[in-house]
Design a binder for this molecule. Structure first.
Ligand code: AMP
Length: 531
């Protein structure tokens, strides 16, 4: 027996229809790479998306075809997402920071048919064009003439009905950063994307309403921009986009447009702090700062909270659409001391409705929520992956649990805390040292700009920590001072055997510390303690 309610497939274009109808005048501002600014609105995005959908159909694109982008955050990129999805296509965001070989592999594996790209990536496009085997059409977002985005949509009238179909149809393809092996594609569906957006706006996750003015520093090419283009349409939020990642520009835009919400990886805030220290100019209207992608250090959270914003510490993965958890204030938040509040936000947050999490040991036995039993973090739910794009087998167990590759504990109050990546924990004398905890404690030491901890072979202990430190400009902080600071925050046997100063640290294309490169570089390093 069926229920008595209507057929209403959860399809992504409905989000844009809603935004255009109910919040049509809400602005979408873009700061372009050449420094000029433009303003459109949700109504303008809807109009351009429909025109692009018409143009894509004329080019011979069919439902299910992959339409790729190689672009920063801007209004035309937003319109392209909805236009490609709206004609039944699959929007595929390529990350311009990947190596050439990865970009060739990914676009060919995805069998992208169209590429929309920013002029600043023209050299990259020219370099790889001959190796991309499936791309037939190249459209420049900010170019001129008939093959530019504006040139192409200018030929259309915008009278277009979105392609209809089942809600389990695919709508978006994102590849994992692939620090080991080839990148893998995660194929989101209309339904998973809609449910993720409906949950994402809630106060315990991204906390977005129509009052929100969002400057997403997270790029649209990283993990679906954390779902913001969808959650923002659902709520009718205003977007402020910047095609550059310069802290001075971001700070000016935040104040000029009265930005209330920002989202990005921790490194974004490191450069913002440098800007604030150098100029005294700080963002003045922020209410919610969502930090994710890697662990947000305590000192960073404290400083942002000191600016009057709430910090949501978000954990997620490309494979989870990407939101898994976010640190939302518990009922007794106001009764907590600042120290207790910081303890709370440093963890990765409560489990929202929509996902289930568990921690298991090496035998797949579920561990108690005691804040001490750590193990592999597993997740399942309607916006969690089941199978990688074109893979022959599922990547989940019989009960749909997906193994995240993260190591975590769950506390008695239900808060999840990532302790490390399974690959990154430092195994010392049969016990685990969390490289993330060491790094976060080190970044709290005055004079330290960034730190990375890796395990180095030790004949007695198996591995011992080596801490690589980038000093802040002008600082001459010493290993002894860093060790003294660390000793107040971590167990004594966790203290690094050696601290080395470096000019910079390698990062992945999405801004995470590239531990594989560091491990390779220091493979033959002999600890002074061993010598
Ligand atoms: P990606 O798919 O590129 O977004 O990478 C996902 C991985 O980033 C996760 O499996 C975690 O290892 C890491 N990650 C994301 N958010 C956090 C966070 N808030 N704290 C610690 N690690 C995180």
């Amino acid at each position: 027996m069926l229920g008595g309610m209507q057929d209403f497939e959860l399809r992504v274009p409905r989000l844009l229809d809603h935004a255009a109808r109910e919040h049509g005048g809400r602005e979408i501002v873009t700061y372009w790479a050449d420094g000029h600014e433009t303003r459109t609105s949700w109504a303008g995005i809807a109009r351009d998306a429909k025109k692009l959908a018409q143009a894509l159909v004329k080019m011979g694109m069919n439902p299910g075809d992959r339409i790729a982008t190689l672009a920063m955050n801007h209004s035309r990129h937003l319109a392209a997402w909805y236009g490609a999805i709206g004609m039944g296509g699959v929007i595929h965001t390529l990350n311009p920071r990947l190596f050439d070989e990865q970009l060739v592999y990914i676009a060919n594996h995805a069998e992208d048919r169209v590429l929309l790209y920013d002029k600043q990536f023209q050299p990259l496009v020219d370099r790889l064009k001959s190796q991309w085997t499936s791309i037939e059409q190249y459209i420049c977002f900010d170019g001129e003439g008939p093959t530019s985005f504006e040139g192409i949509i200018a030929l259309e009238d915008g009278h277009y009905q979105w392609h209809e179909g089942p809600e389990r149809d695919p709508c978006m393809l994102c590849y994992t950063s692939g620090t080991t092996g080839n990148p893998k594609g995660v194929l989101y569906e209309h339904r998973s994307t809609m449910i993720h957006a409906m949950a994402g706006v809630s106060p315990w996750l991204l906390n977005i309403s129509s009052q929100a003015v969002i400057l997403p520093v997270v790029p649209m090419f990283h993990a679906a921009a954390w779902g913001l283009p969808f959650a923002g349409a659902l709520s009718g939020a205003k977007f402020v986009y910047a095609c550059v990642n310069d802290a001075a520009v971001l700070c000016r835009l935040m104040n000029q447009e009265k930005v209330t919400h920002s989202a990005g990886v921790p490194t974004v805030w490191l450069s913002m702090f440098q800007h604030i220290d150098a100029t005294g100019e700080a963002p003045r209207y922020l209410k919610q700062v969502t930090i994710g992608g890697s662990a947000a250090p305590r000192a960073m959270i404290e400083r942002i909270m000191g600016m009057g914003a709430r910090v949501a510490h978000l954990w997620g993965m490309t494979e989870t659409s990407p939101i898994g958890t976010a640190g939302a204030p518990p009922p007794h938040w106001d009764e907590l001391s600042l120290g207790e509040q910081l303890d709370m936000v440093c963890k990765q947050g409560q489990i929202p409705f929509g996902v289930e999490l568990r921690v298991v040991d090496d035998d797949d036995v579920e561990q108690p929520r005691d804040g001490a039993s750590s193990g592999r973090l597993q997740i399942r739910g309607p916006w969690v992956i089941k199978r990688y794009f074109k893979a022959e087998a599922d990547c989940v167990d019989a009960e749909n649990w997906f193994d995240t590759g993260d190591v975590a504990v769950i506390h008695p109050d239900g808060t999840m805390q990532i302790t490390d990546r399974a690959k990154d924990v430092i195994k010392s004398g049969g016990e685990w040292i969390s490289s993330v905890d060491l790094e976060n404690a080190a970044v709290g030491c005055p004079g330290v700009a960034e730190a990375a901890a890796i395990g180095i072979y030790h004949p007695k202990w198996d591995e011992r920590p080596l801490l690589l430190v980038v000093r802040k400009a002008g600082s001459d902080v010493s290993p002894a001072e860093i060790n003294a600071h660390l000793a107040a925050h971590v167990a004594k046997w966790w203290l690094p055997d050696e601290i080395l100063f470096v000019d910079d640290l390698p990062h992945t294309a999405t801004g995470k510390l590239l531990k594989t490169a560091l491990r390779a570089q220091y493979k033959d390093h002999r600890l002074a303690s061993v010598a």
